[in-house]
Design a protein around this ligand. Structure first.
Ligand SMILES: O=C(O)CCC(=O)C(=O)O
Ligand SMILES: [Fe+2]
Length: 275
């Protein structure tokens, strides 16, 4: 039976790196102080109360199932939650990003952060590697992405604790996980599942009648995974609104499936909406 190791947040960073290198994932308990956990939940409560489950502007039809029909997802968190910004500087997460990514880039950048609240009755998410978002980059490749899924409620087998396949970051891309190779990141609120973007994982199914599994993940990618010009800042969006659709697409407003999304969906929706 594969096992997901659990450490305390007081562990030596080197021990975390070693387990990430060996298993591709590790649970770190007590990474969020109780007060930070309370603040985060409080800040997110208001956002969640006004957000329906499912995708609003899917960038591709196949993302609809993948992201879940009974799951609330919210991005843009650095602009919505002050505590999220503090969590971005989480020493262990940044140390792991330094360790795994800095050998391959001048610096890394924020990839995405999402509140993922899995509602009762949600089915298990398709297992995947987050780095498959860049599947056009062919193996063998070095690490691109280091991530952490923070448990903001207890994660249990029943309510949808993240499924993980320890050791799968070392597998060839075509190898699929057998059921007995999958474990779930059962952990108390305030813990985080740290993982490499090459590790196979997915949200768990929520078999409860009334529990919402609230998680929040964020990750860092090598800083060169983007275009040379930052057109979102060099070209005002009011001008882009009046440009031909193809030019809007070329300026980056067309998501490449999961890449370049806004509200976990197509940024084109933003151009149609008046400010
Ligand atoms: O919700 C989870 O536990 C995992 C979600 C996930 O892996 C994803 O959306 O990429
Ligand atoms: Fe994922």
């Amino acid at each position: 039976m594969p096992k997901l190791e659990q450490l305390q947040s007081t562990a030596e960073p080197e021990d975390v790196f070693e387990l990430l290198q060996r298993d591709g994932a590790v649970v770190v308990e007590n990474i969020l102080e109780p007060e930070k956990l309370r603040q985060l939940n409080q800040e997110l409560d208001n956002l969640i109360a006004t957000t329906a489950p499912g995708l609003r502007h899917p960038a591709a039809e196949r993302m609809v199932d993948f992201y879940g029909l009974s799951t609330v997802r919210i991005d843009g968190l650095p602009g919505k939650s002050e505590t999220f910004v503090e969590v971005m500087a989480s020493p262990l997460l940044c140390a792991a990003a330094d360790h795994f990514l800095l050998p391959h880039c001048h610096d890394y950048i924020f990839n995405t952060g999402q509140l993922i609240q899995i509602g009762p009755g949600e089915s298990p998410q398709r297992l995947h590697r987050d780095e498959d978002a860049w599947s056009f980059l062919k193996a063998p490749k070095h690490p691109l992405e280091v991530e952490a899924m923070f448990a903001l409620t207890d994660f249990t087998i029943e309510n949808g604790a993240t499924q993980v396949v320890p050791g799968s970051h070392l597998w060839p891309p075509e190898r699929q996980a057998r059921p007995e190779e999958i474990v779930q990141a059962v952990m108390p609120a305030g813990s985080a599942l740290m993982y490499l973007g090459s590790a196979i994982h997915g949200g768990g199914g929520n078999q409860t009648k009334a529990q919402h599994r609230r998680g929040m993940f964020l990750g860092y990618v090598v800083g060169w995974l983007r275009a040379e010009e930052n057109s979102f800042l060099t070209v005002p969006i009011e001008k882009v609104r009046h440009m031909p659709v193809r030019i809007q697409e070329l300026l980056g407003y067309k998501a490449h499936e999961a890449i370049g999304v806004v509200d976990v969906g197509s940024p084109m929706a933003l151009l149609q909406r008046q400010p």
